[in-house]
Structures are given as structure tokens and as C-alpha cells.
Design a protein around this ligand. Structure first.
Ligand code: CS2
Ligand code: MG
Length: 402
């Protein structure tokens, strides 16, 4: 068994996706998501120019060896571009291994640990009443968990609120749009949002919220404490997480659960957060954290420290990543929850897949491998269309975190 082809497919069925397709000498193919929102072409070049040529002739069964070869061989280790490229290779090789074994990948990861993968959807609106109506739609669809994001009074726009419903695409312009931010206004709004959700939907619905890296630890501590009476399922990305020990301050002040990690790309980004139990959920993903092989290492470290999984699942992670995530989610012992921002119908046509939503759960495909393909002819009709994530400034014009 040898790799005879490794090609990068770039398509934009409403948003950009980068996909790696590996083919063996026996005609077996595997897919890996390589999408890095706003920096897609950097990963395309990393794969096309520096990785794919080195894969030709290798044994696709040697997943771990190829992972180590690409990680150690880069010399310049880690980082979102490198680890997304390695992730795509790793994911495609697990897809191939499942097809050769004639099993869905979760069977190769230890088999089913649960009946289904609990997911959460995204309810958002400019006003709190609008958010409540969106939450009602998700409850009606059978979701047991919903993320809530509302506009901040006095601000023209904010993270997580868009005209789109059921999915949310933040990369909205060829040059980054500039948002304005006010922490005091925001800190006043969020407790009102949670009070309204609990008032209308009661205590049992899991309610999540994404702060999106915008507070200082003491502000996050204040927000966490102000929400305790509404028992959030989690408060996500309360502060930028380069200073992992900074989370100690939040931990000392509040019991509100913390989720972090969608921007992490290796175990080293979260090693202290996990081993000191500074977080409750780790949000690392197949596509950005080195693939299934590395993600399992992060999740195993988390399992030893009472930290559960809560992988990122936004629309800029393709159905290839979602398919792979569900196989990991089904098998790991310390599963927490899976984000599920639905893709557009056109995206689902470009990436036919076997996962399905039912009564608040996602179920991965039972097909051998990951259970996802790419319609290359259809993908070819939608060329890359540059789009950037917004940037954020404070009301005095200072750069802030988006
Ligand atoms: C967000 C994402 O889903 C989330 O939790 O943080 O929407 C994130 O902003 C995008 O994936 C960035 O590309
Ligand atoms: Mg987030």
C-alpha cells in the first residue's frame, strides 16, 4: 500500500474550504479538512509546496510515523498553519485506514462510548426578545443545548449576532470590517440575557455563551459570578488564553464552568489549563489541533484532570472536520458537548456526508472511514473568494480582541 497522490482542493460554496485528498495505489481515497478561516491560502501553500510531495510513496497505514515525520521534520514546530496542514494529512489517513479496515473510524478509536453526540446550536439576535425566539426554534428542533449571543445596546455590531440564522459566517468582507466594543455595556447585558432565557425556558435547557476573548481575568470573574444563579453550561473564551495561569484568577472567583481552546493548535497551548483544572471543557478540534492523532492526546490529558471535550464546530470547519469530530466524540470517555453550526445546503452538496441530526444528537456515518466525500466537479464551480474575519476596537479606537 502506497500513497500515489495528495491534492489540495479549494472551493467556496458560499464560504472558503480547503480539503486534502489522498489516494493510494489501490484506489482508496481519504479526506482531511485544512480550512483556516481568513488564512486559507497559507495552508494551501504549506500543503502543496512542502507536504504533499513528501507523502508520495509513503505507506498510508503509518499514521503515527507520518504525523511525527511532519511535526518533527518541520523543525519550526506548532502554529495554526503547520498544525492545520498536519491535521489534514492525519484525518485523511484515518479515513483511509477505516476504509481498509471496513469500519467507521470510531470503531478504530475504541468503539462507541455513548448512543449519540449531544450538540448545541447558535441562537442569536440584535435584541434579547429576538434571541429568545431563536432559542425557541432550537428547542422545537429538539436541541438540549443552545448558545445565546445578543447585540450590545449602543454598539452597532458584536460577535455572534448576524442576519444569518441557523448558521453564522463571521468572515464577511475582503478587508476586515471594524467592530467597536464596550466591556461595561456588555457586562450589563449578559446577565439580563441569561435571566430572560431562564425565565422563558426554565432550568433544564443547557445555555452556553461565547465571550470571544474580550475580557480581562477580573472582568471574566465578575461576569462568571453574575451568571451563577442562571447556571450556564459554560462561559467560552472569557479571556485570550496565551497566559494560561491567568485563569487562576477567574477560578478563584466563580464556579461558572469555563470552555477554551478553539484557537489552540497543540497540547502545549492548554497543558497548564488542563493539568491545573483551570477550565472545564477543552474546545480543540480535529482540523486545527493536529488531526485525530493529536486531538486524542489532548483529550486523554483532559480526561486525567476532570476536563471534558467541547469541540469547536463553526461553519468554517467543513463537513469533513465535523464527520471526523463525531467519530472522536462518540468514542472518547470524557465527552462533554459538540458545537454544531449547520452548513448551507450547497456546502452539504459539495461535501456529501452520512452524519445526521436527531433529537438533539448527531450520529456519525456507519460507513467505513469517516463517511464523507467531496464532489470535485461541483466544488470546481466555486473558486476561492478572499474573506477576512473582522477586527475589534474599543470606543476610543484602541485595538482590542475580536
Ligand atoms: C466561534 C466561531 O463558534 C464559535 O465558538 O468562536 O464562530 C469563530 O468566531 C469562528 O470559527 C472563527 O472563524
Ligand atoms: Mg468560540
Amino acid at each position: 500500500m502506497r500513497i500515489i497522490d495528495a491534492k489540495v482542493i479549494v472551493t467556496c460554496p458560499g464560504r472558503n474550504f480547503v480539503t486534502l485528498k489522498i489516494t493510494t495505489d489501490e484506489g482508496v481515497t481519504g479526506l482531511g479538512d485544512a480550512t483556516l478561516n481568513g488564512r486559507e491560502l497559507a495552508v494551501v501553500s504549506y500543503l502543496r509546496d512542502h507536504v504533499c510531495p513528501l507523502l508520495i510513496g509513503r505507506d498510508p497505514a503509518r499514521i503515527e510515523d507520518i504525523w511525527q515525520y511532519l511535526y518533527r521534520g518541520a523543525y519550526w514546530r506548532r502554529g495554526p498553519v503547520t498544525m492545520t496542514a498536519i491535521a489534514a494529512v492525519d484525518t485523511a489517513l484515518w479515513d483511509i485506514k477505516g476504509k481498509y479496515a471496513g469500519m467507521p473510524v470510531y470503531q478504530l478509536l475504541g468503539g462507541r462510548s455513548r448512543d449519540g453526540v449531544t450538540v448545541y446550536g447558535h441562537a442569536n439576535g440584535e435584541s434579547i426578545p429576538e434571541v429568545l425566539d431563536e432559542v425557541a426554534r432550537y428547542v422545537e428542533l429538539g436541541y438540549k443545548a443552545v448558545r445565546v449571543q445578543a447585540g450590545v445596546p449602543g454598539l452597532a455590531s458584536t460577535y455572534g449576532v448576524s442576519a444569518d440564522k441557523m448558521f453564522y459566517e463571521p468572515a464577511d468582507a475582503r478587508r476586515p470590517t471594524e467592530n467597536t466594543w464596550s466591556t461595561p455595556q456588555y457586562l450589563r447585558m449578559v446577565p439580563e440575557l441569561f435571566a430572560a432565557v431562564r425565565e422563558r425556558f426554565g432550568p433544564d435547557l443547557h445555555v452556553l455563551h461565547d465571550v470571544h476573548h474580550r475580557l480581562t481575568p477580573i472582568e471574566a470573574a465578575r461576569l462568571g459570578a453574575s451568571l451563577e444563579e442562571y447556571h450556564p453550561f459554560w462561559l467560552e473564551d472569557p479571556v485570550p488564553a496565551e497566559l494560561q495561569e491567568g485563569f487562576r484568577l477567574i477560578r478563584q472567583q466563580t464556579t461558572t464552568p469555563i470552555a477554551v481552546g478553539e484557537v489552540f493548535n497543540s497540547i502545549w497551548d492548554c497543558q497548564r489549563l488542563i493539568t491545573e483544572q483551570l477550565i472545564d471543557y477543552i474546545r480543540t478540534t480535529v482540523v486545527h489541533a493536529g488531526g485525530i492523532t493529536h486531538l486524542r492526546r489532548i483529550f486523554d490529558l483532559a480526561a486525567l484532570h476532570h476536563v471534558r471535550t467541547g469541540s469547536h464546530g463553526a461553519t468554517d470547519l467543513s463537513p469533513v472536520c465535523m464527520s471526523a469530530a463525531l467519530h472522536v466524540d462518540l468514542a472518547v470517555p470524557n465527552f462533554g458537548i459538540q458545537e454544531y453550526m449547520r452548513h448551507s445546503t450547497l456546502t452539504d452538496e459539495v461535501f456529501p456526508h452520512g452524519y445526521r441530526f436527531e433529537d438533539g444528537y448527531l450520529h456519525p456515518s456507519e460507513e467505513p472511514g469517516l463517511g464523507v466525500e467531496i464532489d470535485e466537479e461541483l466544488a470546481g464551480r466555486y473558486p476561492y473568494d478572499p474573506a477576512y474575519l473582522p477586527v475589534n476596537r474599543l470606543t476610543d479606537g484602541s485595538m482590542h480582541n475580536w
